[in-house]
Design a protein around this ligand. Sequence first.
Ligand SMILES: [Fe+2]
Length: 378
Amino acid sequence: MIKINSINPKNNHLVVNWNDGTNDSFHYVWLRDHLQCSDFFDSNTKERLVDAHTYLTNTQPNEINIKNGNLNILWPGEKMQSEYSAQWLHSNSYSKKCLNSKKESFLESIDWQFNSFEEVARFDYQKIFKDNNVAYQLLNHFCNNGFSFIENAPQKPGVVKEITNWLGYLREVSFGDVRDIKNEAGSLNVAFTSREAKPHIDGTNYIHPYVVQFLHCIQNQAEGGNSNIVDGFAMANNLKKINQSAFDTLTKVKVKYKIGAGEHDMSHSAPVIELDREGKLYLIRFSNQQRRELSIPFEDIENFYFSYNLFSKMVNDPTNQLKFRFQPGNILMFNNLRILHAREAFNLNSGLRHLQLASTDIEMVYSRLRRLSNNKIP
Ligand SMILES: [Fe+2]
């Protein structure tokens, strides 16, 4: 069991020497901020009770002791010493090696290595619910590759609701909760027609497009209508490699997207390639069909079109696409921020093509993976 052997107080931090021969350093301001006593911290909810600025101005300890291998500190203005258990301190160390070990491996996205859809793993629908190992593999594959492919689901409406509820909840979007993907007379969106839908993500008109999508095939007897998906992150990485300037342009120039959805007037302008605060790929906001009037400075126009054309060519290149045909009972689970999806036109008179689509939040995937990793789900 981890214990504190000795301590070495410095000017603004404390060096803690553990009984395993290693050491970690903790700033006094960090230690005071992480008080565990009930005046400052609700141990049930794990919520802080006091405003930081009211007690983090004077953080030089009056006394520091080791008691039973744990750390005890008397802070200014306090009558009692505050205890920090060695185990808690050790597991919350923010040394460089600890920060690195706390990174969650499932958060890493890996550019595709698939040569054809035949190489893609298949997950059995019933086993996802019954076998935690299968559930973990499904969600881990989804995080690494941006999608997972499920087989043998019931061929009936409502299955997407069942699986989003299994993960957490179903997220409603402007088109509704469960969306029927089939030809609808007078539809405002290409998805609900029999026309071809070129590679795109959904929800480009949202500031934060919805992330996790389940697309379930109930019937597919129509001629045509074959599907394909493209790894948007791999395409962006490729663009960066062959033309950094074009990549930079697509991370900066704002493109307007608008999608007709009943009485709503929802539009948003944002770059095609969005990076997170660490500069990593976050979102490929690509939907040529839903792109609206380009309104950018005169001198930027030609540069934008040059860059956009390069990217458009890549995502529409058949060698970059994984082609497949939805069979009844198949479900494509995909990260809508990364994976572009597409469908050929289909013949309306040749049979019914009916899919259902539902969304949930990525936090539900991460939450389930953490719980499965910690064996918290029986
Ligand atoms: Fe779509």
